[in-house]
Design a protein around this ligand. Structure first.
Ligand SMILES: Nc1nc2c(ncn2[C@@H]2O[C@H](COP(=O)(O)OP(=O)(O)OP(=O)(O)O)[C@@H](O)[C@H]2O)c(=O)[nH]1
Length: 801
């Protein structure tokens, strides 16, 4: 991409840098700040188009003025309005022929290098080439004919006025060639003179006539799901204020950085005659790309079943008995192994059971967006009936739209009453089939292994109705059922493959973990090389332990890495975002785009200070990147409620001549709330401003050592001693201290001496009494608090720059 300086462009288009900057600004292009700013082709295009557009419009104007027979007075009148011209005497009609006849390669469209290259060119040359409207040329010419009489006459005296500027001559000749003009020579001379005269005497007028280009506004814009008001304004070529006003008129109150949705943007654009096209949703780099399966590629897959029910109704017993039954059905020698899910065989068909009974795990996975279960088995003890957790389980299954099969368990029990259970279930809209409803209910006994086969058959029947299908011939997608870090094997994850086939050597990703499938073990402890739809397997080879509910995907190796990196980055950013605002890293957070509003809570000693601070801080709202927002301002010490408010609204606290009380300080530490204490207003403002611009270098941090209460003021011949009691922490003889009276800081200074009885001591701890004298301060009173603190240098990484 080419780079141009603003002043170079100005030169190229024969205008001033200011005009170029003005044009860019009108077109909402804020790349350039001053005449030295570098801009690219986009900006150059804007300038070119602006001048080109202007030229063509003005050509029309010129044509209008001169055809069929322009009354010179009309032209002069216009000129006269711009510059008094009492001496005007219309001669032959002024010929604006240069512009209104035929296509003319006007200088505005193509910068005239020749002109600038001509060392002899006078200002007239520049002006001649100025991309000015034809009417202006005409008018100016006319005006100059009359007002710059001396110059004109001088020039007129010259037989060949064009001689003075080679380029002028060329231009004029060209113009003459391409235009019809019976008074060719005269016109040339006149025009030539006029341009020169114009320049010499009418510079102000030229400035006045500098084209004020209309911003280029597209008729069609493309936007995504949402965008900020600022972005929309940029796209539409309007100023933000215009857009905000327009939205306000539509009843939508917005601020510059506020996001508006596609529909609102479309409505607004409609008002301004702009057509909006919706961009396809952006591909999230942290998302796994979807694959559409051809319906023809789908084949039946086994159902995945979860067992739910009230405590002690026999969920685990039922799962155990099903697993054992299935083993007997398998080839001899199979040893089941707990991997979180297992497959059983019934009538030669497979059923997958998730090994974690209860709806909690089921719901936890759903909360992560993973739907694993195809059928829920609701276990209800025949002797106990429907209980609170039974109802919970029903609701969870219903909300997941998973069909329910009821296993009425413990039918071997003497008090078992399956009909009563059915009745209770009917009250929850589970009507048994034998009562004309649609819910399959199977009486079973996990203890006596009764009804198990029937239950499995019913599962297959319900599954058949569901038409559960998947494409085994594609990259695998599955769900992590459980995962842990194994000492010898590293991260081990049980995956239930949902679609596709997972193979040894596949590059996989799950959550932020990625890797290659090193080994796979099935629910019978056998090593397998591949696992198709609805097959649970233990997978080895991930870089980290994923979480239950994470989606596992087999992808191109590079993609697994990049998605994993992006996810880790996103996780870090989310963590950063949850960080509380602090002046120390404010600039970094602004740069990272985490902060748009700098929320501040002000506490001060008097209302006057509160107001002064508030207004000074609000006056910092000059840049758009971050805005100071005072969420609360009041008189008094910083208390717990202030800290809570600051925490809830991610604000920092500025305490002016007041201190946080002990509880507030503790809470602030816990909540990581930045409390800044000041005694000079401009220091507070300076710090906030510096933090906003990244210039803050807080090298020291105040650390409170302790507090003592002055309980008696004792006069001695040489000194005034504050008999004090240490309330918390300690006082040391080198401490900096402040005296706080009614929560207001009345003095800041140093301890002069610290004594216990008659001895000078280095420090006095909590719970002890001491005598304190303070350097240059004797106005302490009983009840005053002596707060001791030290200033500790911050580690370099805590500094902004
Ligand atoms: N008589 C009889 N007792 C059963 C039957 N099924 C389970 N039990 C007993 O009921 C008690 C609870 O069984 P679990 O399988 O642990 O029930 P659960 O629903 O898994 O219990 P939680 O895991 O605590 O929610 C145990 O003492 C079982 O032996 C059955 O069919 N008949």
């Amino acid at each position: 991409m080419s780079k141009y300086r603003i002043y170079e462009l100005a030169k190229e288009f024969n205008t001033t840098s200011k005009v170029v900057l003005d044009i860019l600004e009108r077109n909402n292009n804020t790349v350039a700040k001053n005449h030295m700013s570098s801009v690219g082709d986009t900006e150059k295009d804007i300038i070119t188009k602006t001048f080109a557009g202007k030229t063509s419009t003005e050509t029309k104007v010129a044509a209008k003025v001169t055809t069929p027979t322009p009354a010179p007075t009309t032209i002069v009148t216009k000129t006269a309005a711009a510059a008094p011209n009492n001496n005007f005497k219309p001669k032959a009609p002024v010929q604006p022929v240069r512009k209104n006849d035929g296509p003319r390669p006007f200088i505005a469209q193509k910068p005239n290098n020749n002109v600038s290259a001509n060392p002899h060119k006078g200002p007239s040359n520049q002006n001649f080439n100025k991309p000015k409207p034809a009417v202006n040329h005409t008018a100016t010419n006319t005006a100059v004919n009359t007002t710059a009489a001396t110059q004109n006459s001088n020039t007129n005296n010259g037989a060949q006025p064009n001689k003075q500027g080679g380029q002028n001559s060329r231009m004029n000749n060209n113009a003459n060639k391409s235009t019809f003009n019976p008074n060719n020579r005269n016109t040339n001379s006149r025009n030539s003179r006029n341009y020169r005269g114009n320049n010499r005497g009418r510079n102000n007028h030229i400035q006045y006539n500098t084209p004020k280009p209309e911003p280029i506004r597209p008729k069609l814009i493309k936007i995504g799901e949402s965008l900020t008001v600022k972005e929309l304004a940029m796209k539409m070529g309007y100023s933000v204020t215009e857009i905000i006003k327009k939205l306000l008129m539509m009843g939508v109150m917005v601020t510059i950085n506020q996001e508006i949705d596609f529909d609102t943007a479309t409505l607004l654009a409609g008002e301004l005659d702009v057509v909006v096209e919706e961009l396809p949703p952006e591909q999230d780099p942290t998302e796994i790309p979807e694959i559409e399966d051809d319906p023809k590629s789908l084949v039946h897959r086994p159902p995945v079943v979860t067992v739910m029910g009230h405590v002690d109704h026999g969920k685990t017993s039922l799962l155990d008995v099903i697993r054992k039954t299935s083993v007997t059905e398998r080839e001899a020698g199979g040893i089941t192994q707990h991997i979180g899910a297992y497959q059983v065989m019934c009538q030669g068909k497979k059923i997958v059971f998730l090994d974690t009974p209860g709806h909690e795990a089921f719901t936890a996975m759903r909360a992560r967006g993973a739907q694993v279960t195809d059928i829920a088995i609701l276990v209800v003890a025949a002797d106990d009936g429907v209980m609170p957790q039974t109802i919970e389980a029903i609701n969870h299954a219903k909300s997941a739209k998973v069909p329910i099969i009821v296993a009425i368990n413990k039918i071997d029990r003497p008090g078992a009453n399956p009909d009563h259970v059915k009745q209770q279930l009917a009250e929850h809209n589970l009507i048994p089939e034998d009562w004309g409803g649609q819910t399959v209910m199977v009486p079973v006994s996990a203890k006596q292994k009764l009804g198990i086969k029937e239950l499995l058959e019913m599962i297959l029947l319900v599954a058949e109705m569901q038409e559960l299908k998947a494409n085994p011939d594609r990259e695998a997608r599955g769900i992590i059922i459980e995962a842990q870090l194994d000492k010898g094997r590293g991260p081990v994850a049980t995956v239930l493959v949902q679609t596709g086939t997972l193979r040894i050597g596949d590059s996989i990703i799950a959550g932020t973990a990625h890797g290659k499938v090193r080994a796979m073990i099935n629910d019978r402890g056998e090593k397998v090389k591949k696992a198709g739809p609805s097959v649970p397997v233990e997978v080895l080879g991930l870089s980290d332990v994923p979480e239950a509910g994470d989606i596992l995907a087999a992808l191109d190796e590079k993609l697994t890495r990049s998605i994993s990196d992006k996810r880790i980055e996103k996780q870090r950013n989310d963590l950063m975002r949850s960080k509380k605002v602090s002046l120390d890293d404010l600039f970094q957070q602004i740069q990272d785009g985490n902060i748009k509003d700098l929320n501040i809570l002000i506490k001060a000693d008097v209302q006057g200070s509160v107001e002064a601070l508030s207004s000074s801080l609000l006056a910092l709202n000059k840049n758009d990147e971050v805005r100071v927002n005072i969420i609360h301002a009041g008189v008094g010490a910083v208390n717990e409620s202030d800290v809570m408010l600051a925490s809830a609204s991610n604000a920092l606290i500025i305490a002016f001549n007041v201190r946080p009380d002990t509880n507030a300080r503790k809470l602030a530490d816990n909540e990581s709330i930045d409390i800044r204490t000041y005694r000079v207003i401009y220091e507070a403002i300076g710090d906030v401003e510096a933090a906003m611009t990244g210039m803050l270098a807080p090298q020291f941090k105040e650390v409170i050592q302790g507090k003592a209460e002055i309980r008696q003021v004792m006069k001695f011949s040489k000194a005034l001693v504050a008999g004090s009691y240490v309330l918390e922490g300690k006082l040391t003889n080198s401490s900096s201290i402040r005296i706080i009276r009614d929560n207001i800081v009345v003095f800041e200074g140093q301890i002069e001496s610290l004594r216990r009885f008659k001895d000078d001591v280095k420090e006095v701890a909590f719970g002890y009494e001491c005598g304190v004298t303070i350097e240059n301060f004797k106005d302490f009173r009983e009840g005053d608090i002596v707060e001791a603190y030290t200033m500790e240098q911050l580690a370099p990484q805590a500094l902004n720059k």
